[in-house]
Design a protein around this ligand. Structure first.
Ligand code: MRU
Length: 347
């Protein structure tokens, strides 16, 4: 089962808002619906957003009535911008749109229909490659996980956050499939609860031993010596190794350093943005404060109480032990090693 796929002229995705209670699917027939499904987090997680945007561009091309390449390109440019605005932090979204736009603008097509077909093939390739890349990252990262280890994890980075398999939780899965006896502490990840709702559901499916913990309990378990390694995902990695990930990642990194616990992010090279010198340049999404005051429609304080809701924070590279990619485990100095990994060199 894939998180997102092309289905007979539409984009079909798991509706992640309904989990863990119900496994429901959304079928999106327009690019506007795909953009909205990214914004409202029907689909979420950097690689899953990227694959959805790829299929969204293919959908935009079939949706367009253009009967010449120039008109089709204009429609694609407008819809590409619409998709890019759906969520700002995960670079995989812009990466997928730009990749398909570069192909569309290559001047190699004889007719709009040729271009439409190639865009769909390329969107499909982004989705297929994601699964292969995740399984390679899983194998690379599993070398870091010792038999008997307890892993602390934040947010959701499993199959649901990707097309299939997962990034940081893909490493957990690979270690588990290798027969290692492991346990995962899952931060619940307020306010959207990706850890308790989605990661725990995935651990249930796989049969991996886990406990959901309050976000505020992470330091408690580190202090007690119960955490052997911390694995998280990333939404955007800057050229110097600073990276944005789900809000709360930064404080975990600092506590990991205090306790001497290895701290890794697991991210495909499509999440690395060499155009940004440091994490200061990463745009951070600010979401509706009602997600804090009224999670999933359940008010926990009166409607007029004030709240703020940054969706991501930036962890400086000095806290990172390494970055697990499909091209190996990237180690400091990241300014040199990341560029090599992005160029496709094994590191
Ligand atoms: O707001 P979300 O749920 O899209 O945030 C997801 C994360 O922060 C993940 O850690 C990140 O996208 C990497 S997922 C493989």
């Amino acid at each position: 089962m894939r998180t997102v796929e092309w289905d007979n002229g539409a984009v079909k995705m798991i509706d992640q808002r309904a989990l863990p209670w119900k496994l429901e699917f959304a079928t999106l027939k327009t690019v506007e619906e795909v953009a909205e499904s990214i914004t409202n987090m029907t689909v979420r997680g950097a690689p899953a957003i990227g694959a959805s945007a790829g299929f969204g561009m293919a959908l935009a091309s079939y949706q367009s009535n253009a009967d010449n390449i120039n008109d089709l390109l204009n429609d694609l440019r407008a819809h590409g911008e619409l998709l890019k605005k759906a969520r700002p932090t995960a670079v995989n979204l812009a990466w997928a749109v730009d990749k398909l736009m570069a192909i569309a603008e290559s001047g190699e097509f004889n007719s709009p229909d040729d271009l439409r077909d190639v865009l769909l093939q390329e969107a499909q390739k982004i989705a297929d490659d994601d699964v292969d890349i995740n399984s390679t990252m899983g194998a690379n990262g599993a070398t870091l996980v010792k038999d008997g280890a307890t892993i602390l994890h934040h947010c959701n980075t499993g199959a649901l956050a990707t097309v299939d398999y997962g990034t940081a939780l893909g490493v957990v899965r690979a270690a588990f499939e290798q027969g290692k006896n492991i346990h995962v502490l899952l931060d619940e990840t307020r306010p959207r609860l990706q850890g308790s709702r989605l990661s725990a559901w995935e651990m249930e499916q796989l049969g991996v031993s886990y406990d959901i913990i309050p976000d505020t309990a992470a330091g408690y378990y580190m202090q007690k010596g119960e955490v052997d390694i911390i694995l998280v995902g990333a939404d955007r990695v800057a050229a110097n190794g600073d990276f944005a990930n789900k809000i709360g990642t930064y404080q975990l990194a600092i506590m990991a350093k205090e306790h001497g616990i290895p701290f890794y992010t697991v991210a495909p090279t499509s999440t690395i943005d060499l155009a940004l010198k440091s994490g200061d340049e990463i745009p951070i999404e600010q979401r509706d404060p009602s997600e804090v005051t009224t999670p999933y429609g359940n008010p926990i304080v009166p409607e007029n109480f004030n709240a703020r809701n940054p969706a991501f924070d930036v962890t400086p590279h000095k806290y990172l032990s390494g970055i697990v990619t499909e091209n190996g485990i990237v180690r400091p100095p990241f300014i040199e090693t990341l560029a090599k990994a992005v160029a496709g060199e094994q590191v």
